[in-house]
Ligand binder design. Structure first.
Ligand SMILES: O=C(O)C1=C[C@@H](OP(=O)(O)O)[C@@H](O)[C@H](O)C1
Ligand SMILES: C=C(OP(=O)(O)O)C(=O)O
Length: 692
């Protein structure tokens, strides 16, 4: 991901995430720990430091100002502090992509006895700096923005600062921390007043470095001139990085996830409260208060969530989690609304625009608001190719949404992920890998066990119906009613996998015949089936996905094997045996745990997928159907086969009561396909209107 060009991430769908995770260190705390350790007296130790690009920029800047840093591996640092006075840097300090770094550094550098310049990348160079320039100037700092409209670079001249009382016009931990850092070196008292509490890592770390602040009713009071003493800091796992997994596990039904050693500072965990309100199952265990920062673990179990409104004072506590919350909202039932989040427009990118653009690409209906968005949730999304807009949180949030698509999606320009979460891709693979993609052998094993119990047994064990994570469109119907062609077209239009379950019965019949059995001898047929090695593979032909049956490691030929006159004559007999149908039932259902399906057959809507809300039944007048078969050059007694299928005792051919019935006698294939897509669209499947 992070190396080589072009940088993109292909995300395969995965209906659940399972496992345990420990995320890298907290970005906000890592920045601050370096800053304070560099300014302190003596040698500090920082463990579980986040070696991400943003934090490495901070580290490099202090090294450029004479701070000596020793590393033990990538995440343990020993920092020799300079007792408050840094060396002048030879060149501009590069803040890369990091707003936090630039704003906090501005507070520190305003009090240093040298000139300095702070520069950033393209994204940072567009971000507003007036918010820190104004209070710093009130403190008598000499700072100016060189970019248009108070944007970076920032140029700072030496000056003596004085304490101020400042009420934050917007809730922002960066602005608050900038003032507090400057306040350390200012004369007198600095008082910052916040009406909504923002993250308080600076205040907590000040304590760890021996500087006390008074905190009461939203007032943070600091006496200038206090000295920082070295400290031993353990950085907790970054809650904002864990948020991607927490959101994914909460929103993907049947997921189970444990997040270990993560920061649980209440000013950061607003996401948990919102997810609980949406119906999530999350348990929080605070295990230790690492001298100031609570740390612990979370257990999350997946559920179908309900939409919610996220607004007002709640926003500041989830400011970095709003991209993943939007994704969770897109998978929840009903509408999720985000309001009062205009701050998102001045993050690494305009996150409101980026989220709206990308949700739409995934087929989600969303309305852009000046200060947020209104999202119409859905069960799953269509695969998409989207951009990160150079924003790490956008890239990661949409990698999570892609898990719920029917096919692989592509997220472009994902190098930015390394600004906050190096190792994201590996973690994604680990958490989704535990959901076995190698399903081919699995169902076969289950089926073998099943048939072993079946043969000779007089009682059939009912198949346990666990919830299917993907949509299944069932198309049943009489012989030659147009099922195959229509089902294939629907699968193509939606990007779903086409599965002709009739072909499964045909394949078994073909194999039984080629092994020399008499299909009328039910006991022998069942017994022979118990020895068959049956599996299924999904074939991709251009953009069409098709489930192909493989029997005893042979792929039967569609025309010569499966549609031969012998198989045509015998298939309805084999298919009438209850035990054969029972045997093949879990095999068919298993596929729906792997991929969205368009299934074609005779008992799809009635027996195999009775819970599907997308059922269709095709029929046509007998003469028309006979003509169609003849045209295909096949010898097939259509009437007799229908009679056999309709009269068998096990899973007879019938039109389920809740299916949409279509008489195709006078309809072209296109018309039938259009009608079905139209129904599916109205039922809420994400079909682009041009297809519907
Ligand atoms: O202080 C911090 O470490 C941060 C504060 C927040 O920004 P604002 O203070 O601009 O809201 C947050 O979005 C950012 O990722 C980190
Ligand atoms: C906004 C973020 O960071 P920063 O402001 O430090 O660039 C973020 O990490 O989401």
């Amino acid at each position: 991901m992070a190396s080589g060009t072009p940088s993109y991430l292909i995300v395969e769908p995965c209906p659940v995430i399972k496992g345990e995770i420990e995320v890298p260190g907290d970005k906000s705390i890592s920045h601050r720990a370096i800053m304070l350790a560099s300014l302190a007296r003596g040698k500090s130790k920082i463990r579980h430091f986040l070696p991400s690009e943003d934090c490495l920029c901070t580290l490099k800047a202090f090294e450029a100002m004479g701070v000596r840093v020793e590393k033990e591996g990538k995440t343990t640092l020993f920092v020799e502090g300079k007792s408050g006075i840094l060396d002048p840097p030879f060149e501009a300090l590069d803040c890369g992509n990091s707003g936090t770094m630039m704003r906090l550094m501005a507070g520190i550098l305003s009090a240093q006895p040298f000139y300095s310049r702070l520069v950033g990348d393209r994204s940072l160079s567009r971000r507003p700096m007036h918010r820190i320039i104004e209070p710093l100037r009130l403190m008598e700092a000499k700072i100016r923005a060189e970019g248009e409209g108070n944007t970076p670079p920032l140029f700072i001249e030496p000056s003596s600062l004085k304490g101020i009382e400042y009420k934050l016009p917007i809730p922002s931990a960066q602005v608050k921390s900038c003032i507090l850092f400057a306040g350390l070196f200012a004369s007198g008292i600095t008082r910052v007043i916040e009406s909504v509490p923002s993250r308080d890592h600076t205040e907590r770390l000040f304590e760890q470095f021996g500087v006390r602040t008074l905190r009461e009713n939203g007032h943070i009071v600091l006496h200038g001139g206090m000295k920082l003493e070295s400290a031993d800091i353990v950085v907790p796992g970054d809650f904002s990085s864990a948020a991607f997994w927490i959101g994914a596990a909460a929103a993907l039904p049947n997921s189970e996830l444990r997040v270990r050693s993560v920061g649980l500072n209440p000013t950061r965990t607003g996401l948990i409260k919102i997810l609980l309100r949406m119906g999530a199952q999350i348990e929080e265990f605070v295990e230790s208060d690492m001298k100031g920062e609570p740390i612990g673990s979370l257990w999350i179990r997946g559920n179908k969530l309900k939409g919610t409104v996220i607004e007002g004072d709640e926003i500041v506590g989830v400011i970095d989690e709003l991209p993943i919350l939007a994704v969770v909202g897109a998978l929840a039932e009903g509408v999720t609304e985000i309001r009062n989040a205009q701050e998102l427009r001045v993050k690494e990118t305009d996150r409101i625009k980026a989220i709206v653009t990308n949700l739409r690409a995934f087929g989600v209906e969303v309305e852009e608001l000046v200060d947020g968005m209104r999202i119409q949730g859905r069960d799953f999304v269509q695969p998409a190719r989207v951009e990160s807009f150079g924003d790490h949180r956008i890239a990661m949030a949409f990698a999570i949404l892609a898990l719920r698509a029917s096919r692989a999606s592509r997220i472009d320009d994902v190098d930015c992920i390394s600004t906050s979460y190096p190792g994201f891709e590996q973690d994604l693979n680990a958490l989704t890998h535990s959901f076995s993609k190698d399903w081919i052998e699995e169902p076969n094993k289950k089926i073998r066990g099943f048939i072993e119990r079946l043969t000779g047994a007089d009682k059939l064990e009912p198949v346990k119906k666990k919830e299917i994570p993907y949509p299944v469109i069932t198309i049943d119907g009489t012989t030659a009613s147009g099922k195959s062609t229509v089902a294939q077209e629907i699968a193509k239009a939606l990007g779903f996998t086409y599965f002709n379950t009739g072909a499964l019965y045909r394949a078994v019949t073909w194999r039984i015949l080629s092994l020399g059995y008499d299909v009328h001898d039910e006991e022998k047929v069942v017994e022979a089936c118990s020895r068959l090695k049956l599996r299924c593979a999904i074939q991709k032909i251009d953009s069409f996905y098709k489930a192909t049956v493989i029997l005893d490691e042979r792929v039967p030929d569609e025309k010569t094997d499966l549609r031969s006159a012998e198989v045509n004559a015998a298939v309805s007999i084999v298919a009438s045996y209850a035990r054969i149908r029972e045997w093949l039932l879990p095999f068919q259902r298993e596929l729906a745990y792997q991929t969205p399906l368009v299934v074609e057959g005779r008992d799809m809507g009635s027996v195999v997928f009775p819970e599907s809300p997308y059922k269709f039944f095709l029929d046509a007048q007998l003469e028309e159907r006979e003509k169609r078969r003849e045209k295909q050059g096949e010898k097939d007694d259509v009437e007799k086969r229908d009679r056999l299928d309709q009269s068998r005792s096990s899973a007879p051919l019938l039109c389920p009561a809740d299916a949409v019935r279509l008489d195709t006698t006078k309809l072209s294939i296109e018309k039938v396909v259009d009608k079905i897509l139209d129904v599916l669209w109205k039922k809420g499947l994400p079909i682009t209107k041009s297809k519907a």
